[in-house]
Write a protein that binds this ligand. Structure first.
Ligand SMILES: Nc1ncnc2c1ncn2[C@@H]1O[C@H](COP(=O)(O)OP(=O)(O)OP(=O)(O)O)[C@@H](O)[C@H]1O
Ligand SMILES: [Mg+2]
Length: 253
């Protein structure tokens, strides 16, 4: 079993006028293998900032606090090293990579994460199988990464990566946003398959309880103004949907 531990994390971002603005104000969170933690919270509360900070995005500066993976200092690792250590981020807004096909991208990523190229025969089969499971047409493999993909297609491509890269911990940032009802189910099933196959710990950032009907959270964290304001079980998500964030945002003011 593995543990991803975030302790009193403070993160700031350089604004356009050159000032440092603190976004994360002391986030503490422990994620074990096989667990699913949902993070819900108002727009702008810092959820994506947390996701990027775990992945090592250079735009965000960790000013204090720690992130460790089985005791290893994640913050000392480069982005590549984090991926090799088994951390995976499905971005809220996946980026286009013109000139790189999905097929090349996946093989390169797999090679980088595993430290060796996948065996061609089994790899091709595995990619085809995973794409088929996610109801992605085979011709997607030859298209440039995310270029001209619809919102839902981008999200499927993120989960395709998760299924193939088999991370120890996956941060899924609004993987459900923009998905139609069928796609939501298909993508959720993909997450559950990857989770079960690899005992992956999942940090699921979402605004809606709908996805939580498919991907059952063990814990729900309410994120407000750069930190966790409350924690609970799955019932907390339903309560938030019914009541909104008023009682937290009032308190934060
Ligand atoms: N370069 C920047 N300059 C100023 N503010 C920034 C910058 N980058 C991020 N922020 C601010 O940081 C805050 C947190 O943003 P973040 O994307 O983490 O929120 P979020 O919780 O993911 O929101 P959403 O639910 O809308 O996705 C926002 O108020 C955002 O405007
Ligand atoms: Mg966000």
């Amino acid at each position: 079993m593995s543990t991803l531990e975030i302790r009193d994390l403070h993160v700031s971002v350089a604004t356009d006028d050159g000032e440092e603005k603190e976004i994360l104000k002391g986030v503490t969170l422990t994620l074990n293998s096989g667990e699913t933690h949902a993070i819900m919270g108002p727009n702008g509360s810092g959820k994506s900032t947390l996701a990027y900070s775990i992945a090592g995005h250079p735009k965000y500066t960790v000013t204090s606090g720690t992130i460790t993976l089985d005791g290893e200092d994640v913050l000392a690792m480069s982005v590549d090293e984090r991926a090799r250590a088994g951390l995976f981020l499905a971005m809220q807004y996946p980026v286009e990579v013109p000139g790189v096909t999905v097929s090349n991208f996946l093989r390169t990523a797999k090679t980088a994460v595993d430290g060796e190229a996948p065996k061609l025969r089994t790899w091709v089969k595995e990619v085809k199988g995973a794409m088929n499971d996610l109801r992605m047409k085979p011709e997607f493999a030859e298209r440039d990464v995310n270029a001209g993909f619809s919102g839902g297609e981008k999200k499927r491509h993120e989960i395709l990566q998760m299924e193939l890269l088999k991370p120890r911990f996956a941060v899924l940032d609004e993987t459900d946003s923009g998905l139609d009802v069928d796609a939501l189910r298909i993508v959720s099933e993909g997450v559950n398959r990857a989770k079960e196959a690899n005992d992956t710990g999942v940090l699921l950032i979402t605004h809606y309880t709908r996805i939580l009907n498919y991907i059952k959270p063990d814990f729900v964290h309410v994120f407000v103004d750069g930190k966790v304001a409350e924690e609970g079980g799955p019932e907390l998500a339903n309560q938030l949907e019914a009541e909104g964030y008023d009682r937290f945002t009032q308190a934060a003011v």
